[in-house]
Design a protein around this ligand. Sequence first.
Ligand SMILES: NC(=O)c1ccc[n+]([C@@H]2O[C@H](COP(=O)([O-])OP(=O)(O)OC[C@H]3O[C@@H](n4cnc5c(N)ncnc54)[C@H](O)[C@@H]3O)[C@@H](O)[C@H]2O)c1
Ligand SMILES: [Zn+2]
Length: 401
Amino acid sequence: MDQNIHNLYLDPFVCNARFAVPLDFPVHFTNDALHLTNRLLCDAIARREPGRRHRLCCIIDAGVASAWPSLPARVAAYVDAHHTRLQLVAPPMVIPGGEACKNDPPLLQEILGTLQRCRIDRHAFVLAFGGGAVLDLVGFAAAITHRGVRLVRMPTTVLGQNDAGIGVKNAVNAFGCKNYLGTFAPPWAVINDLDFIETLEARDKIAGIAEAVKVALIRDRLFFLWLESNASALARFNRPTMAEMIRRCAELHLQHIAGGGDPFETGNARPLDYGHWAAHKLETLSDHTLRHGEAVAINLALDTRYAAMKGLIAEGDAERICALLEAVGFRLWHPSLVGRENDGGLGVLNGLREFREHLGGELSIPMLSAIGTAIDVDEIDTATVADGIAWLQQRDAGRCG
Ligand SMILES: NC(=O)c1ccc[n+]([C@@H]2O[C@H](COP(=O)([O-])OP(=O)(O)OC[C@H]3O[C@@H](n4cnc5c(N)ncnc54)[C@H](O)[C@@H]3O)[C@@H](O)[C@H]2O)c1
Ligand SMILES: [Zn+2]
């Protein structure tokens, strides 16, 4: 090697690149978002460049398209009515919804191909209507196209509107692992249209309530008390009560993302992952027959029982939490809780290892120290978890007679 070059690199030297990128996005709450006189969507798209005509391509969850058959035509009519500011570059694309779409590499490829054919560039928009699964998939496609094109999300499920659709993450499943491939990519804007909730199956209306119970438990005791007093209205899907539950849950998630100091989850602490270490594994073990929210509800019950057995919270509080989850319609048991994997061990306990790997090697699991307050624990006593699972099974047998 040239002696001068050799010496150059022996001389210690560092160039630091330090910068902050300001990020912000609005999450709007409305109804009848595609009514021709509702300007919210148009204004949200044009919010930084009001004088331009914005190109957009639209992707719709098939579950939404079948419940709202006029939706593609309504999108086209809306864009037409605002043609000086919006331009639809292709007819809306309808893709299969539900968790299966996150397990489908050819579908991801098809979406990427559509974005390429539509010439979606870094100033054009992807407008996505769907549940959390479709939003995760389309968000991932948008994030890797040209290293990130603008995405406007229109979440159409309870869980989409109060959690999955309003944050900064997207993902698809890979190698048998939930959310293995994904990026952190804030959307351009989110529009929560409450009308979509009306056509959800009952189990999907209930599923989203799990995230509200979760965030109340770790952040907001008063919200937990509100959920308790409104449990029967929620179980009946009373519209104003559902609207308030969704809004408060979304607000608490956004407060954490924007004000928690770690929006892209570089550290170990993940309070919003409370009740998720087993949930992700249960979804996989149940072959995705359990909805995400249903798995979270079971995980919340398991973790509160664990916390009570470890003396972190009072028995009475653990009971209140399980009772609330049951009152809004969750079943706190699923056979996959006792499913065994090839190593002969309880599959759900392997979820701990996967969660640790996901965090980056060191385990940090949020647990309650009171209703409304979480602490992090760095180890989990698996024998106590197994006792908790047995307790849930017994409780369920008692309830189901
Ligand atoms: N990115 C994140 O931060 C984040 C957070 C939480 C959850 N998630 C992900 O969200 C997914 C779960 O989302 P979900 O609970 O919304 O369920 P989902 O997306 O699986 O949708 C459930 C079903 O409802 C249908 N559907 C959607 N909207 C409808 C409507 N308005 N009317 C009738 N049917 C409709 C879908 O086609 C699907 O069959 C999981 O993959 C989970 O990992 C992501
Ligand atoms: Zn979740």
